[in-house]
Design a protein around this ligand. Structure first.
Ligand code: NAI
Ligand code: OAA
Length: 311
């Protein structure tokens, strides 16, 4: 199975590294616009093979889309990341043009690929890809919820002082500092509601920390995060390529689910070989429904900024 990752920067290269290490794809192509950069990253990753024990073929190319031909999955991480103090939404002006042209080039060479969109603002970029490529909605998947949910589980594990892998929890809604919805009511420690172990004050802090998880790392690192984002993309691609049918919160085009239409926003999805195989319409309480409606309004508002790119 072949995967192309466009953008060999922090997130793209980390994603390639995790996918190779875990043997998720047999072939990975990294493509970047910077001369020689993707080639360098691919060579460096390839030189891990004998020490970490993988056989994945990893190659890098400078803007040569012919080398991406026949990919089963394409991942778009090209564009600029935010700097401390910025929101993801501020990246739209530069990233929209990049994502649209990259997506169109990829489709020309891989007409059957499933698209995974990572570049920010991710929900808006996913909508842009959906609207400009004209593909069925199951083949356009925005990655954000997998990462936000892993941060939510991390913060819960720290508060509980228990392993993150024993914690089940999900974040839906937009992939933005104020639009994420950590589903605290439904989070559990091995099936037991976390509210049996943590106070409301502790749970509120976990939710707040989760929502600004990306901003916190951007403040610490000077640019946005890459290890957990790269691993989250690999987790999602694994579920597609190996038809695992995992339930993963992904940004997808909604048509009536959760009372919303004509936006891409994070909802629980079953992810398998056909991409988005099902959107689960889980029962939210009134407070969660209100948060979702508010998040959707904000996400919808951002799509207006795409008017010039989509015309
Ligand atoms: N959805 C999510 O959960 C996450 C999204 N992101 C987003 O992913 C994007 C990438 O972040 P990083 O890897 O940290 O940035 P980076 O700056 O390290 O890498 C971006 C790469 O894209 C390349 N690029 C730019 N224009 C291109 C084009 N037209 N064609 C091919 N390559 C091009 C650049 O040369 C650079 O190597 C950002 O927009 C960031 O906000 C980052 C983390 C998580
Ligand atoms: O925070 C950012 O800008 C990058 C991102 O989406 C994340 O790490 O969640």
């Amino acid at each position: 199975m072949k995967v192309t990752i466009v953008g060999a920067g922090n997130v793209g290269a980390t994603c390639a590294d995790v996918m190779a290490y875990r043997g998720i794809a047999s072939e990975i192509v990294l493509l970047d616009i910077r001369e020689g950069f993707a080639e360098g990253k691919a060579l460096d990753i390839t030189q891990c093979a004998t020490n970490t024990g993988f056989n994945t073929k990893v190659t890098g190319v400078t803007n040569d889309y012919s080398k991406t031909a026949g990919s089963n999955v394409v991942v778009i991480t090209s564009g600029i990341p935010r700097k401390p103090g910025m929101t993801r939404e501020e990246l739209i002006g530069i990233n929209a043009g990049i994502v649209k042209s990259v997506a169109e080039n990829l489709l020309q060479h891989s007409p059957n690929a499933i698209f995974v969109i990572v570049s920010n603002p991710m929900d808006t970029m996913t909508y842009l890809a959906y609207k400009s490529l004209g593909l069925p909605k199951n083949r356009i998947i925005g990655m954000g919820g997998a990462l936000d949910s892993s941060r939510f589980r991390t913060y819960l594990s720290l508060a509980l002082d228990k392993p993150a892998n024993d914690i089940s929890a999900m974040v839906i809604g937009g992939h933005g500092d104020t639009t994420m919805i950590p589903l605290t009511r439904l989070a559990s420690y091995n099936g037991i509601p976390v509210s049996q172990f943590l106070s409301q004050e502790q749970l509120d802090k976990v939710a707040a920390d989760t929502m600004v998880g990306g901003a916190t790392l951007t403040g610490l690192l000077g640019t946005s995060a890459w290890y957990a984002p790269g691993a989250s993309v690999a987790y999602l691609v694994d579920s597609i390529l190996n038809d695992q049918k995992k339930m993963i919160a992904c940004s997808v085009f909604v048509e009536g689910e959760y009372g919303q239409n004509d936006i891409c926003i994070g909802v629980p999805c079953i992810i398998g070989k056909n991409g988005v195989e099902e959107i689960l319409d889980i029962k939210l309480n009134d407070a969660e429904k209100a948060l979702f409606a508010k998040s959707a309004d904000a996400v919808r508002g951002m799509n207006d900024a795409l008017a010039s790119v989509l015309s």
